[in-house]
Design a protein around this ligand. Structure first.
Ligand SMILES: *Cc1c(COP(=O)(O)O)cnc(C)c1O
Length: 221
């Protein structure tokens, strides 16, 4: 079932759009089923859960961390992820950079942008992000590679609103990439779209979708 879902999804995704299969709250066996379908990128949102799964699964899995990352957990993630998609503060980013240097690794990250209505969502507001890049705060990073932006649309059943959120995220990405910091290398990843809204996200320019329940079924929190 999981293998089939992954095959279906990959067939539907246009070329150039990568799939992160979000396996949070599902056991390692479920990840392995996805792996058998050729899937290599998996997403997790809790550090303990990710660290527990890693030793149970093949080494060539590329783990994307997508949850809010607490500063006291940063050290334990160093060298374990292909990407941390959820950098939501300058403080967290500085810490990731310091800990990456200490561990002798390069960490790939996305800056999380906040455009959705929900107050609970983490991330930089677009204006904060523009200022951050305009101030060239990235220049002092030695062991962190900023690969792009991750964002979520409002979690509501209103297609126009969701489309507007994705368009706002896309515009912020383009503004940074083309106007504010065109010299920033490898800033090319726009991560948006989940189970309920990925086709719209792809239409709006996403090149990395994070899909969980549509692959693995509902989560038991
Ligand atoms: C859980 C989660 C997803 C996947 O959500 P689904 O609706 O199950 O596809 C994607 N992105 C983030 C940041 C998440 O926390």
């Amino acid at each position: 079932m999981i293998e089939e879902k992954i095959r279906e999804l990959r067939a539907e995704l246009p070329e150039g759009v990568e799939l992160v299969a979000v396996s949070k709250f599902h056991p390692a066996e479920a990840v392995l089923e996805g792996y058998r379908a050729g899937q290599r990128r998996f997403g997790e949102s809790r550090v303990q859960e990710l660290l527990a799964k890693i030793p149970q699964l093949p080494d060539d899995i590329q783990w994307h961390f997508i949850g809010h990352l607490q500063t006291n957990k940063v050290r334990s993630l160093m060298g374990k992820t292909a990407m941390i998609e959820s950098v939501d503060s300058d403080k967290l980013l500085r810490l990731i950079d310091r800990e990456s240097a200490r561990a002798g690794v390069m960490t790939r990250v996305l800056m999380q942008i906040h455009v959705a209505r929900e107050e609970t969502k983490f991330g930089f507001y677009p204006e904060e992000l523009f200022e951050w890049f305009a101030d060239r705060r990235f220049e002092s990073l030695t062991n962190t590679h900023i690969c792009g932006i991750m964002g979520m649309a409002s979690n509501i059943d209103d297609e126009e609103r969701v489309r507007r959120d994705f368009t706002d995220i896309r515009s912020a990405f383009d503004r940074i990439r083309l106007d504010i910091a065109p010299d920033l290398r490898g800033f090319d990843t726009l991560s948006m779209g989940m189970s309920g809204d990925w086709p719209l996200a792809v239409e709006c320019g996403s090149n990395l979708v994070r899909i969980g329940s549509a692959i693995f079924g509902p989560r038991n929190y």
